[in-house]
Design a protein around this ligand. Structure first.
Ligand code: ADP
Length: 169
């Protein structure tokens, strides 16, 4: 199978892939946005599994089973909160994508779906986030063994357009 990056609009909780990524917060104990949707869909066992981690620093990643989700695994990564861009936000966003993909590779995942990390409540500008995401995923795929297909799942048309544009550059 050839390696690929795809951009789609949809609800990431419905994706039957090896791993979906959760744009978590550093407590890993659930929140709003995609995090809340994933916890609702996966069921209370996810909360119990996340409790064991005692949180996760921004830019790192942790893995749990998918529980009631169609995905086999959930990779949880707290992306950076945008504070103007001079506080390491771009590097931390690279780290979130990179560390999530490393975990996916370690767990022999072939297909991985990402939401648009940090561009919701965390207010990272979506065009810039999309360029960082696509570049980081591309570089990772060039050397991955297991990870073959990465799907960027946008929740709204503007987000989808930003990632489609980044894919063309
Ligand atoms: P962050 O705190 O990292 O900014 P958010 O969950 O607030 O995370 O937003 C990240 C992105 O996820 C936003 O573009 C938001 O619209 C999107 N999103 C929310 N729910 C879902 C979902 N069910 N599937 C995919 N993306 C979602």
């Amino acid at each position: 199978m050839a390696k690929s990056i795809q951009v789609e609009q949809g609800d990431i909780t419905t994706y039957q892939v090896d791993a979906i990524v959760n744009a978590a917060n550093t407590t890993l104990m659930g929140g709003g946005g995609v995090d809340g949707a994933i916890h609702r869909a996966a069921g209370p066992a996810l909360y119990a599994a996340c409790e064991q981690f005692h949180g996760c620093p921004t830019g790192e990643a942790r893995i749990t089973p998918g529980f009631k989700l169609p995905a086999k695994y959930i990779i949880h990564t707290p992306g950076p909160i945008w504070r103007g861009g001079q506080n390491g936000e771009p590097e931390l966003l690279v780290a979130s994508y990179c560390n999530s993909l490393k975990l996916a590779e370690h767990y022999h995942c072939r297909t991985v779906a990402f939401p648009s990390i940090s561009t919701g409540v965390y207010a990272f500008p979506v065009e810039r986030a999309a360029q960082i995401a696509i570049k980081t995923i591309r570089e990772f795929l060039a050397n991955s063994h297991w990870v073959q297909q990465v799907i960027m799942v946008a929740f709204d048309p503007a987000t989808k357009a930003a990632y489609q544009k980044a894919l063309l550059t």
